[in-house]
Design a protein around this ligand. Structure first.
Ligand SMILES: [Fe+2]
Ligand SMILES: [Fe+2]
Length: 342
């Protein structure tokens, strides 16, 4: 703490002096671009939701599916609040200008996602209550860690790909016209947020010793198991909506792997399910928690062991590209065409 301008300060006067390699400079330029695109593509949540509700005569869905939709998107709503807080923590904690800018623009996006989801759920008749324990535990891990690498890995590369999976799956279902349209807007923003994780995680991990990196990976495994527990909580609601929980889970995994692989490849580390203990453990846990077909305990254990030791197919390339491809109408009144993910 400084006194009368003497002593330490939170202002990092060295922020422009930090050495950066050509590769890091390139990634930071992409981070700055995430901020600028965030401004250009910002949409007005009041207008978009208001017009959708007017066009479709409010929210129309049968009562059984209404309740399931409400339970899924209540978790999403609190997740948006967590994302808002976490991106604000990153905006404060990250030092290089460009990364700070990208996190700051994400905080703006998440604020919009939160209030629009609150308003949508209000139209659906939802009164906000506390979430189940599993999604709470997952979000708390990322909210509470003081380590910025864990935060960025947890939110941008693991939780956001899961959210994108739910958004895409609900959009494709066309279960309710207002949420179907709204998802395109959310996906477009979230794709940029995953981009921040892909571009900046390598810099945060580069400053760590081997043992510390290993502990980050243990943190990743804890996240994966809570994520799995969250999907267990949501499975009955997915089923009511017409989504196969295991298909949702596998799609989420493909997106997480695509995002993590992009980050690891920036560091020259090949990444695949066959090389990652976290992914191997998860593959096994999936067989236990979401068995394919009706399987007894012994069959589940055999399938889990097979999943643990079996290398999986090459990485999906454009699993994330779909989210940045939606045209949206921005607050500037123009329709912004889709674009490649950053
Ligand atoms: Fe969001
Ligand atoms: Fe996000």
């Amino acid at each position: 703490m400084g006194i009368a301008g003497f002593g330490t300060t939170q202002l990092r006067y060295d922020m422009f002096d930090l050495a950066r390699s050509a590769d890091e400079a390139r990634r930071l330029t992409k981070c700055a671009n995430i901020y600028h695109r965030g401004q250009e593509l910002a949409w007005d949540g009041r207008d978009v939701l208001g017009e959708l509700l007017a066009a479709h005569g409010g929210v129309t869905i049968d009562p059984a599916r209404r309740r399931a939709l409400e339970r899924v998107f209540a978790i999403i709503m609190w997740g948006e609040l967590a994302a808002w807080k976490i991106s604000a923590q990153l905006a404060d904690g990250l030092v290089p200008l460009e990364a700070k800018m990208a996190a700051t623009s994400q905080a703006m996006d998440e604020a919009r996602h939160f209030y629009v989801m609150r308003d949508y759920l209000a139209a659906l008749g939802y009164r906000p209550t506390r979430m189940d324990r599993a999604p709470q535990a997952l979000l708390d891990l990322v909210l509470d860690t003081p380590d910025l690498a864990r935060k960025l890995l947890g939110m941008q590369l693991m939780i956001e790909p899961m959210a994108l999976t739910i958004f895409q799956s609900v959009r494709e279902l066309q279960v309710e016209p207002v949420i179907t349209e709204l998802m395109r807007y959310y996906e477009r923003d979230e794709a940029r947020h995953v981009g921040l994780g892909m571009q900046y995680l390598p810099s945060l991990l580069a400053g760590k010793r081997r043992g510390e990196v290993r502990r980050v990976m243990v943190f990743q495994i804890r996240l994966l198991f809570w994520a799995l527990a969250e999907l267990r909580v949501l499975a009955p609601d997915f089923a009511v909506l017409g989504l196969d929980p295991r298909a949702v889970l596998e799609r989420a995994q493909r997106k997480q792997i695509a995002a993590l692989a992009a980050a690891y490849e920036q560091m020259g580390i090949p990444f695949g399910r066959d090389r990652s203990l976290a992914s191997m453990s998860l593959a096994a846990a999936v067989e236990l928690a979401f068995p394919a077909g009706d399987r007894g305990v012994a069959a589940r254990l055999r399938a889990a062991y097979r999943a643990f030791v079996t290398p999986v197919e090459p990485l999906p390339v454009d699993e994330l590209a779909v989210h940045a491809a939606h045209p949206i109408r921005t607050a500037r009144g123009v329709v912004a065409a889709g674009e490649p993910i950053t």
